[in-house]
Design a binder for this molecule. Structure first.
Ligand SMILES: CC1=C(CCC(=O)O)c2cc3nc(cc4[nH]c(cc5[nH]c(cc1n2)c(C)c5CCC(=O)O)c(CCC(=O)O)c4C)C(CCC(=O)O)=C3C
Ligand SMILES: [Fe+2]
Length: 387
């Protein structure tokens, strides 16, 4: 990118709603079962070759069967898809939005095939995962590469695919979560509200995956994964303190651990944390699922069912705050990120919005970002085999 653009920004004359060079947005999500017969095949898709213990799979299958074999995640993606289309239409952003999943229908490869048939040549991807990590970023990029390879194998010339930067510190993500905490506090009995602890939770991952998350240069203990979550927790706790006039103690904790017990994963687990809080005399807690963009199964089962039951057995009042879902501030944030990236691709230097001290994340994952256990081709990064 040339500094000379600062003077006479050529893209500055473009309409503020110009999404060029992109001709489509791809909403890329995890996918989930939509009925009892889907549960086992879905789990097979998720765990292909990753050695999750059988007992854990049976347990996770049970969580889905408890809800009729239906994960809420696909319905939430449909709502988000509609909300994005409506936002784009209202704001004059002329960009079709498609939806594909990594692990269940509509499958990513099918969506990309449809996009290719529709003549889309420059696709921007919005993955429903806010933070850096192998599971939350590179794995999505690997699945994009697999889909592109499959289409090439079918004789198509697939589009070029980019991916939006991590949005964890965008105000359209942090703001709605802070408001969700204030609303959750209001549901607690009045006499425990003041002293309630904030338990920020996210998906546990192996400590080795956390340590290597983000660009290689940033690697420290916990890597970008822990640093980005700590930043969001700090920002939300700060906004809540400011709005409510009360500083509350907070901590980042983890949930939904899997994998063999001898492998270390990020700790403490939310349930152990609730036990500690109760033992230390905390009057109440709000569980704040900052690691998830909507109320999918990890939230409905691991927090609303399991952790809430644990708190009940401890006599500790708890509430769970809302995820951003299709909040209009979040859909607006996606639009802003799309237009920002489009302007950057046109050679302009748009304002790159971010709150807190970490600054806006990279647009293109550098080589070695969030490595997996085995090296596989990944699209939409500096090490992409696709342009
Ligand atoms: C960081 C992270 C996110 C957040 C980023 C993002 O959103 O992508 C996330 C999201 C999700 N994870 C989900 C489901 C599952 N994740 C599993 C397994 C795993 N997740 C991991 C990490 C993450 N996971 C890891 C390190 C594993 C073990 C190894 C592996 O398999 O890589 C398993 C297998 C059984 C189990 O081990 O629990 C299932 C069924 C669903 C769908 C929920 C629904 O249906 O509503 C969603 C949104
Ligand atoms: Fe997961």
């Amino acid at each position: 990118m040339s500094d000379a653009l600062d003077a006479g920004d050529p893209a500055g004359s473009a309409a503020p709603t110009d999404a060029r060079p992109y001709d489509a947005l791809l909403l890329l999500s995890f996918g989930g079962p939509e009925g009892p017969d889907d549960v086992v095949p879905f789990l097979e898709n998720v765990t292909r070759g990753r050695g999750i213990p059988r007992e854990r799979l049976a347990e996770v299958g049970e969580h889905y069967f408890l809800f009729g074999g239906v994960s809420p995640i696909n319905a939430q993606c449909r709502v988000l898809l509609d909300a994005l289309r409506k936002d784009f239409a209202e704001q004059g952003v002329d960009l079709p939005v498609y939806w594909g999943n990594r692990n269940w229908a509509p499958y990513l490869t099918d969506t990309l095939r449809e996009m290719t048939r529709d003549g889309r040549r420059r696709v921007l991807t919005f993955a429903t995962s806010a933070y850096a990590s192998y599971s939350g970023c590179r794995q999505y990029r690997e699945n994009l590469a697999e889909a592109l390879a499959a289409l090439e194998g079918e004789g198509f010339e697939p589009p070029r695919v980019d991916k939006l930067r991590h949005f964890f510190n965008h105000p359209g993500f942090v703001g709605p979560m802070a408001e969700g905490v204030l609303a959750a506090l209001d549901t607690l009995p009045a006499h425990v509200r003041e002293g309630a602890h904030l338990a920020f939770t996210t998906h546990s991952i192996p400590t080795s995956a956390a340590d290597s998350s983000g660009p290689p240069a940033d690697h420290g203990p916990g890597g970008a994964y822990v640093a980005q979550h700590l930043e969001v927790a700090r920002l939300v706790a700060g906004a809540v303190a400011e709005r409510s006039g009360t500083e509350r103690p907070w901590q980042l904790v983890y949930q939904s651990r899997s994998g063999p017990p001898q492998v270390p994963w990020l700790e403490p687990d939310i349930c152990d944390h609730l036990e500690t809080l109760q033992a230390e005399g905390a009057p109440a807690a709000v569980m704040v699922p900052i690691g998830f963009v909507s109320d999918h199964m990890e939230v409905l089962y691991d927090l609303d069912t399991e952790a809430t039951a644990k708190a009940g057995s401890l006599g500790l009042p708890v509430a769970r705050s809302a995820t951003v879902g299709a909040d209009p501030r979040f859909t607006a944030a996606v639009r802003e990120l799309v237009l920002e990236r489009a302007a950057t691709e046109r050679g302009a230097r748009p304002e790159r919005c971010a709150v807190g001290s970490l600054g806006p994340s990279h647009d293109v994952c550098p080589v070695g970002c969030c490595p997996g256990r085995t090296e596989k081709p990944a699209a939409a990064g500096a090490d992409s085999p696709y342009a």
